[in-house]
Design a protein around this ligand. Structure first.
Ligand code: UD1
Length: 346
């Protein structure tokens, strides 16, 4: 029998792509999303790609009673993938309580409900932001690198949530967890039926690049060219969204099917390759043939100079490896932006 997975934040960017992969790997999916930063029409895109319509419940994970209803209504949920969270770094500095309330209450509700409803495991969306700027000897960064004080309430919610999971499981709770620390997810499903839909002016690099390419934004600023890197611009580990989605399926298989594994495990999910902002901009131009209007601008406050993953643990223990070529990823992001234009959305 197919197992049922609850995907919180399942209409969001990473949640929707992961739902596609889960369905294509034979799982039933129940999506819970409060639509605070996404649209219910994403469910149509998932159905078009997979031929299966996942269940969708418009529910806020912070609402304990409503979440209890979801578990009552959809009996037999085996695992949870918890994406639902507020994620704008700048906004979190302005509205810290909103971030602490949303991101922490929702996780506590899920953890409390799991044993009550026989849910075996939870995959938690964490971020490489927990490492801050790793020291030179810790690059590429492994899971053993120390966490550093978060630079924003958003980043802090990731750290605190990781600790909440650890503490709860160490207290003897009958559940398992895999914490995935994502590097920089970009791109979209190759069909362009789902993708990233940023709210307002994008803060992240790729949506800003594609919006500049299509003419929504006049120019792209590369924040800082005086960093201690080969070309002076920041370095990140950009990971294709479909590769990232596949990592969740591997993690879920491990939680549900493998005995004797540690009850809490942490994995870096990245390619292992650092690319500079300039390399991404030039790579986009090469991959798409579109010229970008860009120039250098001062550094952005709070930016990390360079971070990229050592994904050895995920490669060997999870049996997962990033495989999509960066130019294909950049083309998929561009195709999605063109689809949004064709649909009159952006
Ligand atoms: C940001 C968050 C991080 C979060 C992640 C989610 C900050 C400081 N960090 O990561 O906590 O987990 O998003 O995806 O906000 N850039 C430009 N011009 C632009 C936009 C970005 O040059 O218009 C550069 C940035 O300076 C950075 C790189 O592109 O060097 C990537 O930026 P971004 O996509 O915002 O991701 P992060 O900053 O790595």
């Amino acid at each position: 029998m197919k197992e049922t997975i609850l995907v919180t934040g399942g209409t969001g960017f990473i949640g929707s792509h992961t739902t596609v992969e889960l369905i294509q790997n034979g799982y039933n999916v129940v999506i819970v999303d409060n639509l605070s930063n996404s649209n219910a029409s994403v469910v149509d895109g998932i159905e078009k790609i997979t031929g299966v319509r996942p269940v969708f419940e418009k529910v806020d994970c912070c609402d304990y009673a409503a979440m209890e209803n979801v578990f009552e209504k959809h009996k037999g949920i085996s695992g949870i993938i918890h994406f639902a969270a507020s994620k704008a770094v700048g906004e979190s500095v302005q509205k810290p309580l909103l971030y602490y309330r949303n991101n922490i209450n929702s996780l506590i509700n899920l953890l409390e409900l799991m044993p009550k409803h026989g849910v075996k495991g939870i995959i938690f969306s964490s971020s490489c932001t927990v490492y801050g700027q790793p020291s030179a000897e810790n690059l590429p960064v492994t899971e053993e690198a120390p966490m550093q004080k978060a630079l924003s309430p958003y980043g802090n919610t990731k750290q605190v949530n990781e600790e909440i999971i650890q503490d709860y499981i160490h207290s003897g709770a009958p559940i398992k967890s895999i914490i995935l620390r994502y590097f920089n997810p970009i791109g979209s499903h190759p069909s362009a039926l789902i993708g990233e839909l940023p709210n307002g002016v994008p803060m992240n690099l790729i949506p800003f690049v594609t919006q500049t390419a299509i003419g929504i934004r006049k120019e792209l600023k590369i924040f800082g060219n005086d960093y201690n890197t080969p070309d002076g611009t920041c370095i990140r580990d950009y990971i294709d969204i479909m590769d990232l989605a596949k990592a969740h399926v591997k993690a879920m298989e491990r939680i549900l099917n493998e005995n004797g594994t540690d009850p809490v495990e942490v994995f870096n999910i990245g390619t292992g390759k650092g690319l500079s902002t300039l390399q991404i901009v030039e790579g986009f131009e090469k991959a798409t043939g579109v010229k970008l209007n860009w120039h250098y601008a001062p550094r952005r406050e709070g930016d990390i100079e360079k971070v990229w993953a050592n994904p050895h643990k995920a490669n060997t223990v999870l049996g997962w490896k990033a495989s999509v070529d960066i130019e294909d990823t950049l083309r998929s992001a561009w195709k999605w932006q063109q689809k949004l234009r064709a649909d009159g959305i952006q």
